[in-house]
Design a protein around this ligand. Structure first.
Ligand code: ADE
Length: 260
């Protein structure tokens, strides 16, 4: 088993890199790829940078140069659904590009020449991410993030959701932008700038993937919270704990297989 992890924030990759052994660093096309063992499993980590092209580049190199057989993407997202709160987690069931529109040649959101608008995340990987995120939201969070920090960001009883994530090359920070996304796709939960691009690369390469996002803002006028502080004090701990517990479940499953 060899897993690729793509992080939308350098801090999320750095905290995982610190847990790696047998670390080898390789530079390709302006990105650093960190390979080694993470919690006992062969892993390659990369910080994608921001936006669809940047993240598609990172995913393409990861698949072409490293023997990864699945990809986990971690990062933050803005909430589109009003039920979501800062500190909740969204695991993608499906992803689409909210800014892709080649009408009248193709339907709105359809990726030309694929016949696809929605890209489905891997069910088993996403179920594992959901179990791990629930464990984190219900128990681990209070052991790892100090009460004062949770209070600062108004994180009271975080919830893990599964559903549709929209990706596009824009940071959504006005009600008008948010409403436009909501009206075009009423069931969308959250918005970010990379997931659907990584999903397209994975689908075209037939690599199972999951996308895990911590809600950092409400994708409206209040979206410019203290972003760096949210990443360093909150989001990177979510990513590390969720990945650590996913890895534990992979190891338990493969031990069971060996024992028969
Ligand atoms: N990532 C985190 N918050 C976001 C937002 N409001 N828009 C786009 N990407 C985001």
């Amino acid at each position: 088993m060899s897993i690729g992890i793509i992080g939308a924030m350098p801090e999320e990759i750095d905290i995982l890199k610190a847990d790696m052994t047998d670390l080898v660093v390789d530079k390709t096309a302006s990105r650093e790829y960190f390979s080694g063992k993470l919690y006992g499993i062969e892993t390659t980590l990369v910080f994608s940078r921001w936006g669809k092209v940047a993240s598609a580049m990172a995913a393409s190199t990861l698949i072409a140069k490293y023997p990864v057989d699945s990809i986990i993407f971690v990062g933050v997202a803005g909430a589109i659904d009003d039920q979501l709160n800062i500190g909740d987690v969204v695991i993608a069931e499906e992803l689409y590009q909210h800014d892709l529109d080649a009408r009248p040649l193709f339907k709105q959101f359809e990726i030309p020449l694929t016949g696809l608008s929605m890209l489905k995340a891997d069910k088993a990987l996403s179920a594992s991410a959901e179990n791990s995120a629930k464990l984190f939201c219900h128990n681990e969070i209070r052991k790892i993030i100090p009460p004062l920090v949770l209070k600062e960001f108004d994180i009271i009883a975080p919830v893990c959701h599964r559903g549709i994530i929209a990706s596009g090359d824009a940071f959504i920070a006005t009600n008008a932008q948010k409403q436009q996304i909501e009206q075009a796709m009423p069931k969308v939960l959250a918005v970010e700038m990379e997931g659907a691009a990584v999903a397209q690369v994975c689908v075209e390469h037939n690599i199972p993937f999951t996308v895990v996002r911590t809600i950092s803002d409400k994708a409206d006028h209040s979206a410019h919270i203290d972003f760096p502080r949210f990443i360093s004090q909150v989001a990177r701990h979510y990513s590390r704990s969720i990945i650590q517990s996913m890895y534990l479940s992979f190891l338990r499953r493969s031990e069971k297989k060996i024992r028969g």
